[in-house]
Design a protein around this ligand. Structure first.
Ligand SMILES: [Zn+2]
Ligand SMILES: [Zn+2]
Length: 214
């Protein structure tokens, strides 16, 4: 996400390096974590490319994610005999209440992913929700009147911890954003062009490298 001279990234999956190279990202003001699963955190070592240039990278996560990252990436958080080339993060813990990211307010939106708590984020009229399976009515209220909603849709068949296509479309239908983009798509959703044919007019399949202006 970019505004002014600020650049933020939500999550840091295994292809973080490839995505940063592909988008010519030269600085990183902060990382926001949705949850600790490997497909959202496994690229953390490559943050060093930014922290070596900038001195450090800010990161925002809830207490559970911070504890989990400390287990997964002990060397990054080591306080003694720390390797100088390790990524340097400055972590800020957030809870389920709005916080500031430079001059913008970020509203965390708590969703459930099986028994795992995941945070989506709303900034102005843009919201990014991933790995959701259940969203409570009070959290849904935070997502009213969006211009752009990005939401997960894993596949056609139901899944115990992810929205399938039908559930994602139902979620979109309830929220009525101006536009919605489906993400966290597996190969079991089907071919891009074929699936796109049957989507409502304001719903699109996202893809690697897609860029949106809100
Ligand atoms: Zn997950
Ligand atoms: Zn995931």
């Amino acid at each position: 996400m970019e505004w002014g001279d600020q650049v933020y990234v939500i999550d840091c999956g295994p292809d973080f390096r490839q995505q940063m190279l592909g988008s010519d990202t030269l600085r990183l003001d902060g990382l926001l974590f949705t949850h600790y699963h490997a497909d959202h955190t496994a690229g953390l070592d490559d943050v060093r490319s930014f922290s070596l240039r900038q001195g450090y990278v800010e990161a925002y996560a809830d207490a559970e994610v911070i504890a989990n990252l400390k287990e997964r990436f002990g060397y990054i958080f080591a306080t003694r005999d720390r390797y100088a080339g390790a990524p340097n993060l400055r972590i800020t813990e957030f809870e389920n209440r709005p916080f500031m990211l430079s001059n913008k307010t970020v509203t965390p939106v708590q969703v459930m992913h099986g028994s795992t708590r995941v945070f989506g984020f709303r900034i102005d009229d843009f919201a990014y929700i991933t790995d959701a399976k259940h969203v409570s009515p009070s959290e849904m209220e935070k997502l009213a009147n969006l211009d752009v909603l990005v939401v997960n849709a894993l596949r056609i068949e139901p899944h115990p911890t992810h929205f399938n296509l039908e559930e994602a479309l139902e979620f979109i239908e309830q929220l009525r954003p101006k536009r919605a983009y489906l993400t966290h798509i597996s190969h079991r959703l089907g071919f891009h062009a074929k699936v796109s044919e049957d989507l409502p007019k304001n719903v699109f399949l996202a893809y690697d490298g897609l860029s949106l202006t809100v």
